[in-house]
Design a protein around this ligand. Structure first.
Ligand SMILES: [Zn+2]
Ligand SMILES: [Zn+2]
Length: 417
């Protein structure tokens, strides 16, 4: 079978695909609450007679097609939305497009019987809760034992969903207006820090010398952090924005406890963990200088995404079947983060970008402007890449030391919950 059979199928189903996209866009649900979305995905799978597993990490779905003994591709699609106006929700990160793309490619592979000709298989993962929000709800689910972590992919990794997968393909909408696609983008990683300074309250007029002012410790730390940022190169993408979330004390009382919180973001793993160490040192040394006690709580966020260059060569070849070189942005750096970064730290992964959005991401003015690019061209890039990987073994990339990496990853995540 030629690749054009897949492309022709997608072109032939265009109206249906766009209608599917609109249907999912109109069903925005927050992470781990995507119950209706999950049912809609399963309904489609049932229509095509594809077996699936649902309710994974609350609302995730997984469906494998193909004979299953050769190269195993994982296609990952986010399904969650964000809060919108007046207490509602909106798909303002474009995850409904990812869901639509995955279902479209799955349908194309099934209806053309392409996988019958190969030894490979493809698993489609519809992953909940990519947006790192709504903590009180999620922490409640963790307490009830329904989840272990705050994000969909983190839970699915822990549940072993990706254990037998060889590579991950995914796509995300981008905000570009001038081009069609991006390839090889870097996503930042982040973690959260909460530093508690412990001192002694005292009368601020009569006996300040008997107190130990924690606000002073926090201010000194803020100063140290602003100097610290200068010691990382611009490409590290280090971002630290400390805020004092509790200052303690009053005008007549030396503050006995002050809390400083920040996210630490960086473009690569090394810079992220180096900055973390240095942040802890700033807190510890500044507190010690003023005879204050201190405690730090670290909460893991997402890891920076480092994409597989070799897989991206194949992705780009497929983009070039649909547009010109000038329509593809190469290796952009984004300040955003995603839990696909965690997956990419364990096995070869790509997340290409497609344009066609108007308005701001994560805001209520987000609009899907160019449906052709979002739903049709992007689906062809994904389907074409799968076709190449399964028909040209020299293009396949395999994971290295997956179990070892997964064990280290989970232990780090469990330490910093
Ligand atoms: Zn987002
Ligand atoms: Zn997103």
């Amino acid at each position: 079978m030629e690749k054009t059979v897949l492309f022709d199928f997608i072109d032939g189903a265009k109206e249906k695909i766009i209608a599917r996209g609109r249907k999912f866009f109109d069903c925005p649900e927050l992470g781990f609450k995507e119950f209706q979305t999950m049912e809609m995905i399963c309904e489609e799978l049932e229509k095509w007679g594809v077996p699936y597993e649902k309710g994974i990490a609350m609302t995730g779905v997984k469906a494998t097609i193909g004979k299953g003994c050769g190269y195993h591709i994982g296609v990952v699609a986010d399904i969650d939305a964000l809060p919108g106006k007046d207490g509602g929700c909106i798909h303002s990160c474009g995850h409904s497009i990812q869901t639509t793309l995955a279902l479209t490619v799955l349908e194309a592979l099934v209806q053309t019987n392409f996988l019958e000709e190969t030894e490979g298989c493809v698993t489609f993962f519809f992953t909940p809760a990519e947006e790192f929000i709504d903590f009180s709800y999620r922490d409640g689910l963790i307490k009830e034992g329904k989840l272990e972590f705050r994000s969909g992919k983190q839970n699915m990794i822990a549940l072993g969903c990706f254990d037998d997968v060889d590579c991950i393909l995914s796509a995300h909408a981008n905000g570009d207006r001038e081009t069609k696609f991006d390839v090889g983008s870097a996503l930042a990683g982040f973690l959260a820090k909460k530093a508690v300074f412990q001192g002694k309250s005292s009368h601020s007029g009569a006996a300040p010398h008997l107190g130990r002012n924690t606000l002073h410790g926090a201010m000194l730390t803020m100063q140290a952090i602003s100097f610290l940022k200068e010691q990382f190169p611009p490409e590290a993408g280090l971002r630290l924005h400390p805020v004092l979330t509790e200052t303690g004390g009053d005008v007549n009382q030396i503050p006995g406890e002050t809390i400083l919180e920040t996210y630490i973001r960086a473009n690569d793993r090394e810079s992220l963990f180096a900055a973390e160490k240095r942040f802890d040192a700033c807190v510890g040394h500044c507190a010690a200088a003023l005879e204050l006690g201190w405690e730090i709580k670290t909460t893991a966020g997402y890891l920076p995404l480092r994409q597989s260059d070799r897989l991206n060569e194949t992705v780009k070849e497929n983009m070039l079947l649909l547009c010109e070189e000038k329509d593809i942005v190469k290796n952009p750096v984004s300040g955003a983060s995603g839990d696909v970064g965690d997956l990419g730290s364990l096995l070869p992964a790509v997340q290409f970008g497609f344009s066609g959005i108007e308005g701001r991401f994560h805001s209520s003015d987000f609009i899907i402007r160019e449906e052709e690019n979002c739903y049709i061209r992007a689906a062809k890039v994904l389907a074409g890449t799968i076709f190449d990987l399964l028909t040209q073994p020299e293009k396949q990339v395999y994971p290295e030391n997956f179990s070892e990496k997964k064990e280290q990853y989970l232990s780090l995540l469990r330490q910093n919950q």
